[in-house]
Design a protein around this ligand. Structure first.
Ligand code: OGA
Ligand code: NI
Length: 321
């Protein structure tokens, strides 16, 4: 049982070294799990270093994002996300409103979805570009490496909640990751109607693994309500928890608001967000160590698929404004 205590506002986002947890040593796993526990109760955001994903593969993925978005617009529009029920493919500029009531986000994106473990079937609604040889191979290699990290992190998270390491394995072994490449073109300083690169939002799934280039702009809201910067740190990923984690932990862990400021660096900003959650029919319900003693958990159990559909309906309907 993990007794609830209110979080203290973090002033910075911790960098957690995953090496001890990857060595197979029990104490190493426990010490990393404890760091993750503190970060998840504080801000719900942390960096990881020594994460096992080769640096060249990550840097190459950012470069390939650049090559993809440099395709002629009619090539990109052949992959329009509207023809995929899961919004896979190309999402043009100004299509999503992540922060209700704001003007649409100043970003374009491309998303693909693949099973975490080898041999899993590829999502039939993926839309790969015809005229970019090597893109799919790189994207697959990147996803494979990040899937390994996602499965490892979910084990660390299980440990951090005083659950068996493999507690979430059932949900994740047969699940897929959605990888979203993002481009934020350079902007003038301020936008009207609170227009940002990406409006303030929480992520929907369980755990997001974000790779960002060196432009900066990502901000995170801490428990005191202050926005703090998630500066680019070479060789790291930014990890954040999504809304499903709140259901699992009865709000002991946070899914934290974050946003991307207008990109005033004078060049394109690229990032790659990998969204990880359990398979669609998995029932997300309060885990034993977070169940309140005398009352029902805050959230009704819900399938992962239903949860994601509700969130998508909310943000895309608003882009029609
Ligand atoms: C997201 C997100 C941040 C970024 O795609 O959900 O928060 O830096 N991206 O692109
Ligand atoms: Ni996000």
């Amino acid at each position: 049982m993990i007794i609830y205590t209110p979080p203290k506002p973090a002033e910075h986002i911790p960098v957690i070294d995953l090496a001890p947890s990857l060595s197979g040593d029990r104490d190493g796993m426990q010490s990393v799990a404890w760091e993750i526990h503190k970060a998840c109760r504080d801000t719900g955001f942390f960096y990881v270093k020594n994460h096992g994903v080769p640096e060249e593969l990550a840097l190459a993925q950012l470069e390939w994002a650049g090559r993809f978005f440099a395709l002629p617009v009619d090539e990109k529009l052949k992959l329009d996300f509207k023809s995929s029920p899961r919004r896979l493919g190309y999402e043009p500029f100004l299509r999503q409103v992540l922060d209700e009531g704001s003007a649409p986000d100043l970003k374009e994106s491309y998303m693909y979805r693949q099973a975490h473990v080898e041999g899993g079937t590829e999502d039939p609604t993926n839309q790969w570009p015809d005229n970019l040889p090597g893109f799919r191979e790189q994207a697959t290699a990147y996803r494979r490496a990040v899937s390994g990290l996602a499965l490892h992190l979910m084990r660390c998270v299980a440990r951090s909640l005083d659950l068996p390491n493999g507690y979430f394995d059932d949900g994740f072994q047969s699940a897929s990751a959605s990888v979203r490449l993002l481009r934020y073109p350079p902007q003038a300083d301020t936008g009207t109607r609170n227009q940002l690169g990406a409006g303030a939002h929480t992520d929907w799934g369980a755990l997001t693994i974000l790779l960002q280039d060196d432009c900066g702009g990502l901000e995170v809201r801490n428990a005191a309500g202050d926005w703090i910067r998630a500066m680019p740190i070479p060789g790291t990923f930014v990890i954040n928890l999504g809304d499903m984690m709140r259901r699992w932990t009865n709000d002991v862990y946070h899914s934290t608001l974050h946003r991307v400021l207008n990109n005033v660096s004078g060049r394109d900003r690229y990032s790659v967000a990998t969204f990880n959650g359990p398979h669609e029919s998995y029932l997300v319900e309060c885990v034993p160590s977070c169940r309140p003693v005398d009352q029902a958990p805050l959230y009704e159990p819900c399938t992962a698929g239903e949860h994601t559909r509700q969130m998508a309906a909310k943000t895309y309907d608003m882009a029609a404004l």
